[in-house]
Design a protein around this ligand. Structure first.
Ligand SMILES: Cc1cc2nc3c(=O)[nH]c(=O)nc-3n(C[C@H](O)[C@H](O)[C@H](O)COP(=O)(O)OP(=O)(O)OC[C@H]3O[C@@H](n4cnc5c(N)ncnc54)[C@H](O)[C@@H]3O)c2cc1C
Length: 408
C-alpha cells in the first residue's frame, strides 16, 4: 500500500488533464443542449468510448488505483464538465460495482464487459434497487425472486423506480427479496441479461436537474433468469440466509444486505461528483465577480461577495479531503469505523447544493437565466442530497455508527 499523498502523481495528473480536456472540448459545449433535450447523450458516450474514457478497461484501472484516488479524480473532472452528461457516462459503473461487490469471479468476467459494449456498439447498464414504497427504507422492498428448482431458474416480479438507465440498459442488476420474513437480510442481487422477456421500461421521469441522464421505472413481470444469474451463487445465498435466520431467532440480527454493499462502496465516488459540480459553479462565480462592475468597482471588491467566495472554496476543499480520505480508506481496507464514506457524501452533497446556490446569487439576474451555466449546475446539484442515500439517511448511518445505537 503506497503512502498517502495529497499530490497526484505524474500518471494521475496526465489522466486528470486528459479527462479535463474531454470535459472542456466535448461536454461543456453540449451541456445546455442535452439538458434541454432531456435525453441520454448517446453521441457523447460514443465519443467517450472512442477515446477509451467510456470503457471497462479505463474504469477498472481507476477502480484498482492503489492510492484510491483514481475514481474520485475521474468523477470530479467529469462532473465538472457537466453533471447530466457525466451521469450518463458513469451510470453504468453502479451496476458494475454491484456485480463486483456481490458476484463471483466468473460472474464479474461474464457480466461487466457487456455492460459497456465497445466503441462501435456502446451499451449502458442499470442498478435497480429503489421501489415506489421502498426508497430510504430498503427493507420495505416488495420485488420477489422465487427459485424454480425444476428449471434452475429464478422468477422475478415487481416494479423498480428512479432507475438511472432503466429500460435503456442492456444488463440490469436487480435487487429482490428471496425471503421477505428476513427483511433487508433476505435480499439478493440478480443479473437480468439483455433482451430478457418480461422486463420493460415504465414511466420515464421529467426531472429538475441532471436532465441529460435517463431515469425511469423498470417493470418486471415473470422475468425468468438462469440460476447462474444470482450474484454470488445459490450455495453462498443459502448459507447467508441460514445465518440470518439463526441471528433473527437468537435476536442478534446483524450483517449487510445486497444493496447496502453497493451503496457503501459508491458513496465517496458520489461525493467526488458533487465536488466537481461545486467547483464548476465556484469557478464561474469567481470570474464573474472579478469582472462584473457595480458602483464603479468589481463586485468582488465587496467583502460581502469576496468572503462568500472564500467560504465556497474552503468548503469545496474540505469536501474533497473527506472524499479522498474515504476513498483511500476503502482502498487500504480500513473499516469505516465512523461511517467516513457517508460523511464524505453528506458533506460534499450539501456543499454542492450550498455553493451552487451562492453562485446563482453572485451572478444576480444572469445567474437566474439559462444564458449562464450556474442555473443548470444549481438544479443538477440538488440530486447529491437525494440519491445513493439522502442527507438524512447519511446522518442516520453516521449517528448509528458513532453511538452503536439504533437511532431512528
Ligand atoms: C435522478 C435519480 C436517479 C436515481 N438513480 C437510482 C438508481 O440508479 N437505482 C436505484 O435503485 N435508485 C435510484 N434513485 C433512487 C434514490 O436512491 C432514492 O430517491 C433515494 O434513496 C430516496 O428515496 P425516496 O425518493 O423514496 O425518498 P423517501 O425515502 O421517501 O424520503 C423522503 C424524505 O424523507 C426523509 N426520510 C426518510 N426516512 C427518514 C428517516 N428515517 N429519518 C429522517 N428522514 C427520513 C428522506 O431523507 C427524504 O428527505 C435515483 C433517484 C433519483 C432522483
Amino acid at each position: 500500500m503506497p503512502e498517502f499523498s495529497f499530490e497526484l502523481d505524474d500518471d494521475q495528473k496526465a489522466v486528470r488533464d486528459w479527462i479535463h480536456g474531454f470535459a472542456v472540448d466535448v461536454m461543456r459545449p453540449a451541456a445546455a443542449e442535452w439538458d434541454e433535450r432531456e435525453e441520454t447523450p448517446w453521441p457523447i458516450i460514443q465519443e467517450a468510448a472512442k477515446i477509451g474514457l467510456y470503457s471497462l478497461d479505463f474504469y477498472a484501472q481507476q477502480y484498482f488505483d492503489p492510492t484510491g484516488l483514481g475514481i474520485p479524480m475521474t468523477m470530479e473532472e467529469l462532473f465538472w464538465g457537466d453533471a447530466g452528461i457525466a451521469l450518463s457516462i458513469v451510470g453504468t459503473s453502479l451496476a458494475a460495482v454491484a456485480v463486483l461487490a456481490n458476484g463471483t469471479e466468473e460472474q464479474v468476467g461474464t457480466w461487466i464487459p457487456p455492460m459497456y459494449g465497445d466503441a462501435n456498439d456502446v451499451k449502458v447498464a442499470a442498478f435497480c434497487s429503489s421501489e415506489p414504497d421502498a426508497g430510504s427504507d430498503v427493507a420495505a422492498m416488495r420485488t420477489r425472486a422465487v427459485y424454480d428448482e425444476a428449471k434452475d431458474e429464478w422468477v422475478i416480479n415487481g416494479t423498480k423506480t428512479w432507475v438511472t438507465n432503466g429500460g435503456i440498459a442492456g444488463v440490469h442488476v436487480v435487487i429482490a427479496s428471496v425471503d421477505p420474513e428476513l427483511g433487508a437480510r433476505g435480499h439478493a442481487s440478480f443479473v437480468v441479461p439483455p433482451g430478457t422477456r418480461g422486463l420493460s421500461q415504465g414511466q420515464k421521469f421529467k426531472k429538475h436537474g441532471i436532465r441529460a441522464s435517463h431515469t425511469a421505472e423498470v417493470v418486471l413481470e415473470d422475468v425468468r433468469v438462469p440460476g447462474h444469474c444470482l450474484l454470488g451463487g445459490k450455495e453462498k445465498l443459502d448459507e447467508r440466509l441460514a445465518r440470518a435466520r439463526e441471528r433473527a431467532r437468537s435476536g442478534t440480527e446483524r450483517g449487510k444486505n445486497a444493496a447496502m454493499a453497493t451503496f457503501e462502496a459508491s458513496r465517496p465516488a458520489v461525493g467526488a461528483q458533487a465536488v466537481g459540480v461545486a467547483r464548476a459553479a465556484y469557478e464561474v462565480a469567481l470570474e464573474y465577480a472579478k469582472n462584473r462592475v457595480q458602483f464603479g468597482r468589481p463586485i468582488i471588491d465587496n467583502q460581502g461577495i469576496a468572503f462568500q467566495l472564500a467560504d465556497m472554496r474552503t468548503q469545496i476543499d474540505a469536501a474533497r479531503l473527506l472524499v479522498w480520505r474515504a476513498s483511500w480508506m476503502a482502498t487500504a481496507g480500513r473499516p469505516f469505523t465512523a461511517a467516513e464514506g457517508s460523511m464524505s457524501k453528506l458533506f460534499a452533497g450539501e456543499t454542492a447544493k450550498a455553493v451552487t446556490a451562492q453562485a446563482v446569487q453572485i451572478l444576480g439576474g444572469n445567474g437566474f437565466t439559462r444564458e449562464y451555466p450556474v442555473e443548470r449546475m444549481h438544479r443538477d446539484a440538488a440530486i447529491f442530497t437525494i440519491f445513493e442515500g439522502t442527507s438524512e439517511i447519511q446522518r442516520l448511518v453516521i449517528a448509528r455508527t458513532l453511538s452503536g445505537m439504533q437511532i431512528r
